[in-house]
Write a protein that binds this ligand. Structure first.
Ligand SMILES: NC(=O)c1ccc[n+]([C@@H]2O[C@H](COP(=O)([O-])OP(=O)(O)OC[C@H]3O[C@@H](n4cnc5c(N)ncnc54)[C@H](OP(=O)(O)O)[C@@H]3O)[C@@H](O)[C@H]2O)c1
Length: 230
């Protein structure tokens, strides 16, 4: 039987490298996309994955990378002020083959339907980061919002995984999730980064997550342990 082929856009970052390892463990053929300067960060996977170097918002780079892929895992980051997030999302939406599973990462601050309930401190932190990021022209959170708006509006088989605060450490297992921030299960607001990656990779085969924007939290956190699984 042919191995399933997936593309990981943003493969050289912390989340990306965890996803590469998890995808290889599951037997996927993996194509990774990263910036030229970051290719060395994928040396540990040399010979086991195909690396395509270039800007992730370059449609031609993405077209080549996602060719023939059954799934695409995209790390959406709001770097710079040149539509890096929305350009990356658009390139994936435009060039992934029809029917491919498309999984995008972002944070809790993205809201699909406006029904998320955020702690006041969270909203203040996002507002401050947004203002400061734009001021120094390093981060454009509004562009990550625009990227997700385009994903939500698309007729592809998408999932947008919304990460809580992250920490390093060994896997604790598949995170719990809810459709809306404010749900008691999410209250602890912390997930191991490796488990964020695990949720992204597992979503490739989970059709219940198609057209969902799960907000995740670590499965061993107090709020997850205090709420029963439905
Ligand atoms: N950090 C958090 O606490 C947090 C919380 C919730 C959700 N998230 C979400 O988690 C995902 C991954 O976040 P992460 O913090 O774990 O970061 P990460 O995995 O280290 O990813 C950062 C990515 O951004 C790329 N990058 C860095 N600087 C760049 C630049 N100037 N221009 C273009 N690309 C650049 C990196 O590529 P190179 O390897 O080429 O540098 C890498 O692919 C994101 O979708 C984020 O929204 C993060």
């Amino acid at each position: 039987m042919n191995r399933k082929k997936i593309c990981i856009v943003g493969a050289s970052g912390k989340l990306g490298k965890y996803m590469v390892q998890l995808a290889l463990d599951r037997g996927y053929e993996v194509v990774g996309v990263c910036r030229d300067r970051s290719a060395g960060k994928l040396d540990a996977f040399r010979g086991r994955i195909t690396v395509i170097c270039g800007a992730t918002n370059d449609p031609e780079v993405i077209r080549r990378a996602v060719a023939g892929c059954d799934g695409v895992l995209t790390v959406l980051v709001p770097w710079g002020v040149h539509q890096y997030s929305s350009g990356t999302a658009q390139a994936v939406l435009d060039h992934a083959r029809p029917g491919a599973r498309l999984i995008f990462s972002c944070g809790w601050h993205i809201s699909r339907d406006g029904r998320d309930v955020y702690p006041r401190t969270f909203k203040a932190a996002v507002k401050a980061a947004s203002w400061l990021g734009r001021l120094v022209r390093a981060v454009d959170i509004d562009d990550q919002v625009e990227a997700c708006r385009r994903v939500f509006a698309s007729d592809t088989r998408w999932t947008v995984v919304r990460g809580s605060d992250l920490e390093e450490g060994e896997s604790q297992g598949l995170p719990r999730w809810s459709s809306h921030v404010g749900d008691p299960v999410l209250e602890s607001n912390i997930t191991r980064r490796v488990d964020f990656a695990l949720f992204m990779v597992e979503a490739l085969e989970n059709n219940e997550l198609v057209h969902e924007a799960p907000a995740i939290v670590g499965c061993r956190t107090p709020s997850a342990l205090a709420t029963t699984t439905t």
